[in-house]
Design a protein around this ligand. Structure first.
Ligand SMILES: Cc1ncc(COP(=O)(O)O)c(C=O)c1O
Length: 386
């Protein structure tokens, strides 16, 4: 078979898969590479895990660091972005009445973590209300900065929001918050491969993000960036051998995060291959892929807006490879609507209940998606709702 015609993903051909955003999808070549690594482990588990792994992790982390434009020593591999948010929040000490700033777009799991920590220390959660629909990114900055007080210790901010798929103006937010003495914990779950990242220039205090979404690595690969001056205070959720290691040639941060007990390390080791492979799909590399996906998402939301007669809810500059479109107040509950799209139309797409009682449909655009799929979704929604 001509190489170009070989399927790249294992995705079910009978399903219109418009939800890359939830869990990503890994190309077959990367899964094959992972399988080779697993065979290498099973060939001599002690050699691999006790003697070779450290060097292999160093190499993989250094290639990820080059992609993110950051010092590899400031990165730790973790299994997912939720673990990263938990790691930071559970490492920090808050005093009663300290304030942790989040937004009404914060991912539910991370909001739960912040609330758990706040309850434990009697700190307060302050929620900034970012409007959606949104006229300009400036409204995001204003809504968040308005909630900063002398008690704000940390702001937990999404780089790309989950329900509304907005790219927050994160550089400006970090700059303004840092200027006000507020540390920033960025939930960048979607960001790598979705936007171009330059972590060094971004200047966040902490940044947690997934490789298994838009970098398309196998599931269970993510990273936590911790600014050097904060690394001594950030301890992994699992305390293991690193805590009392006599080694001095590696930081405590590195020693603790690189061994949290026996796990399958292959998702981490596949990250460089995922970066390489996804970056090879189009002639222009990663920027061409991101641009293509973004253009598809922008076109898709116009199709949905026109077909359903709803207004485009946010400016183009806040859109990347996903877009959320308001469906208004639908007579069906969000989960029934989502199930109908799957059962009757074979469309996998998330319907998100939004805070004003309305529903949003969030589309993803990845290399395997085509414009006709969004037209089909729009017609299906029209048929079900209107
Ligand atoms: C904004 C945001 N944060 C965190 C997560 C959690 O990612 P994971 O389940 O990989 O930890 C998601 C997942 O969709 C997300 O959208």
């Amino acid at each position: 078979m001509n190489d170009k015609l070989k399927p790249i993903w294992l995705l079910d051909k009978n399903i219109h898969f418009l939800n890359h955003g939830s869990f990503g999808a890994t190309p077959i070549v990367i899964l094959n590479y992972q399988q080779l690594l697993r065979e290498r482990i099973e060939n001599e588990p002690v050699r691999f895990l006790a003697r070779e792994l450290e060097g292999l992790l160093d190499k993989a982390r250094s290639q990820l660091a080059d992609f993110l434009i950051i010092d590899a020593d400031d990165l730790a591999f973790i299994p997912n972005a939720t673990v990263g948010i938990n790691t930071v929040l559970r490492s920090l000490n808050f005093e009663p009445d300290d304030e942790i700033l989040i937004t009404n777009h914060t991912y539910n799991a991370c909001r739960n973590t912040a609330e758990f920590i706040a309850q434990r220390s009697q700190a307060k959660i302050i929620v900034a209300s970012v409007p959606f629909p949104l006229d300009s990114p400036q409204q995001i900055i204003e809504a968040i900065l308005k909630k900063v007080s002398s008690k704000t210790k940390l702001a937990l901010l999404d780089h790309v929001t989950s329900p509304t798929a907005l790219i927050f103006p994160i550089e400006a937010l970090i700059r303004e918050l840092t200027h006000r003495g507020v540390d920033t914990l960025v939930d960048g779950a979607h960001a790598p491969g979705f936007v171009s990242l330059d972590l060094r220039s971004l200047g966040a205090t902490y940044y947690s993000a997934n490789c298994h979404k838009w970098l398309c690595s196998p599931k269970g690969a993510a990273f936590l960036y911790v600014r050097k001056d904060k690394q001594a205070n950030i301890r992994p959720l699992t305390i293991s051998h690193g805590a009392n290691s006599p080694r001095r040639e590696r930081s405590r941060f590195r020693l603790e995060f690189d061994w949290m007990g026996t796990v399958d390390p292959t998702p981490y080791l596949c990250v460089p291959e995922a970066i390489r492979f996804m970056g090879s799909l189009l002639d222009g590399g990663w920027s061409a892929l991101q641009m293509r996906n973004r253009e598809l998402a922008l076109a898709a939301r116009h199709i949905l807006g026109d077909t359903l007669g709803v207004a485009i809810p946010c400016p183009d500059e806040t859109v990347g490879s996903m877009a959320s479109i308001p469906l208004g107040k639908v007579s069906l509950s969000w989960d029934v609507l989502q199930a109908k799209l799957m059962d009757e139309f074979k469309i996998e797409v998330p319907i998100v209940p939004w805070i004003d009682g309305s529903c949003l449909v969030r589309i993803s655009a990845q290399f395997y998606n085509r414009l006709e799929q969004y037209q089909y979704l729009a017609e299906a929604l029209k048929q079900i709702i209107f």
